[in-house]
Design a protein around this ligand. Sequence first.
Ligand code: PHE
Length: 470
Amino acid sequence: MGGDASTAQTEARGQWSSSLGFVLAATGSAIGLGNLWKFPFITWNNHGGAFVLVYLLCVLAVGLPIMMAEILIGRKTQKSAVGAMKAAFGKRWGIVGGWGVLAGFVILSYYAVIAGWSLYYFVKTVGWSLSGFPSGIQLGDEFTSFVARGGLQIILSGLFLAATMGIVLSGVKGGIERTSRVLLPILFVILLLLLASALSMEGSGQALAFIFRPDFSQLGMSSVLEALGHAFFTLSLGMGAMITYGSYMTKKQSIVQASAVIVLLDTVIALVATVIMFSVIFSVPGMEEQVGASTVGMLFISLPELFYTTVPFGRLLAPAFYILVAFAALTSTISLLEVVAAYVIDERGVERKKATLMTGSAIFLVTILCSLSFGGWEALSRFEIFAGKAGIFGTLDHLAANWILPVGGFLITLATGWFMTREDAESELAAGGVPAWYHFGSWRFFIRYVAPVAVGAILVAVIFFGVDFS
Ligand code: PHE
């Protein structure tokens, strides 16, 4: 599309109504299954304390600067991923944006499956809360047979994608922002209730010690890399989601302040979720062995029963918890779809509604394959490229976390650090809330040196040492 008629174009593209609107939408994108499902699980597997500390360092030293860089690129160019990279750095860099669109496509196609599970467990727990938890039920077996029901899996993930499409086609302000404005406060309230209940449990002391008392003898190199990779995933970085959301921001809003709030909230929520889950788990003898067994085990096998047997007010909190997971996932899936849809809207000139339906349906086709990869379809479930990552689902998750996001993040930090003039970067960062020269100087140091070196190290580790951090 040409650069003419740019005012009309900006209006047609949509904008956040305020700084708060942007912060809520972007925080909604960041907070998701990464916080509630992945982070507790990898913290568990990496033995807590020291891992958490390294993760926090990664968030601060790499995540925050790249968050600022992505929003800056989007706001400066007022274009979504592909167009923004082209406009900011030259035509060739468009491919980095394209890489991000691909990432959005891939991540959404498998993310929707787990999101669908939260709907199912919401309905189930509502039933249990009303009629009593069935005794003698084997939740592990239940789960295995549930995920193997192909038809049901397709319906659940399809429902979730349909909701996502409905929001995205309603536009930036009327769809995405409005949804985040409603869901995020609810999410915070539910989490606080869960936290209060969890802290009253006897395992909470042990949980806090596990999470916050570092024991560096437990920390291997692979944990460091895993922490860094997760920082990308959880902050929605490396694929242009923040570029796209940033492109709907006005010059009156401060990038620095917004970034700080988004990163802080995402981190706090991940820690709170972990405290909640570990408090429950440490309160039940024998639970520790069960939990480490599978990535989804903690959320869908261990927790459901504990709500009814152990957690104070668990009857009320169990459905609240699963609706929380669904809401958190939804504010993330809309950002994933938005990246893909906005590309088609901005670069191909397709109208929003049509673009959303087209891209969402295309993604659904891949989602169907992911839905069937938990036993629903033998060949898809056994399919394996990366050792130990079984099924289309496992393969795509591995691909996204280990390859696509870090590569995207690396190129974005390289571009911003080395191919954008100091003046351009500074004036954009300063607009709407002025960073003093020393703030700007330290951001630039991180974006030029610290972030590329750290991310480059992940890539080298994955390529040459085969370290896995999905
Ligand atoms: N940040 C989201 C989560 O933690 C996942 C996500 C990744 C969303 C990349 C958008 C882009 O669940």
